[in-house]
Design a protein around this ligand. Sequence first.
Ligand SMILES: NCc1[nH]cc(CCC(=O)O)c1CC(=O)O
Length: 325
Amino acid sequence: MSDPQDRADRALRLGTRRSRLAMAQSGQVAEQVRRLTGRPVELVEITTYGDVSREQLAQIGGTGVFVTALREALLRGEVDFAVHSLKDLPTAHPDGLALAAVPVREDARDVLVARDGLTFERLPEGARVGTGSPRRMAQLNAYARGHGLTIETVPIRGNVDTRIGYVRKGELDAVVLAAAGLNRIGRSDEVTDFLSVDTVLPAPGQGALAIECAADKVDLIASLARLDDPCTRAAVTAERSLLAALEAGCSAPVGAFADLLADGQIVKEMRLRGVVGTTDGSTLVQLSTTGPVPETYDQAMALGRELAAEMLAKGAAGLMGERAH
Ligand SMILES: NCc1[nH]cc(CCC(=O)O)c1CC(=O)O
């Protein structure tokens, strides 16, 4: 029911993490919501466990560490809506919250930021490549093996600026980051190599944002829904369904990417690709499936479950290790 306090001219409160990336993406969505609703939007900073803890994400479990505090603020009515990186959002949907919009996806690829403008294939033997992500480790080590190269993946954490700093200071030869994050904070000129999704599958939902609000704010949900991109939502729904069906958390070595296959101008099918591997890259289970372009989110979910079943039949569970949860 509509809240009598919720006057149409009151500023909407957007809950956001304090990181440069979170502030950038919240600021961009805030501007779009201002234009759509004609209402002022104010940013309310919220600190999450992931911002405070210095542990490796894979150790603290990953799932939800960046979003729980934001969600609690939504449920308590302290903020009206929140913008998350979709890849940080747990696949389980909490009661009382609505995923009001998934806007058009940014570049989903991972990229390399390397010293001296190096591309991945030009990295020297034994190059030290920073990433704390088991998914990136598995695929980068496999990619290197395919080129007769051995790299050393070095676990790192910290925000995007900190990670690039390891390369600037000469502590690492390269770091791997998401293109979308660099684009959003205006640092895409740091990229020295774009890793094709044919080589390194991104995290499920990578490059996409999720705009969440309390499920009872029906008018707000209707306004925010105008920022939704149905193609992006269908794709990330399939990717996240794969992740959920593999029973893997966001720190598990799972990559997934869905795209639409067109014949000329006519979109024919949705393709979903998935990968699971050991972090040393010695074993990967990498499969792809295609289905009709989903007309409902249930159909997109079904594609994810179908691919998960095929991957599990090929031994995917054994590769996800102890950390899968
Ligand atoms: N795990 C942190 C994180 N969560 C979202 C992004 C930015 C990219 C995106 O929106 O998918 C990043 C940084 C990175 O992986 O480089």
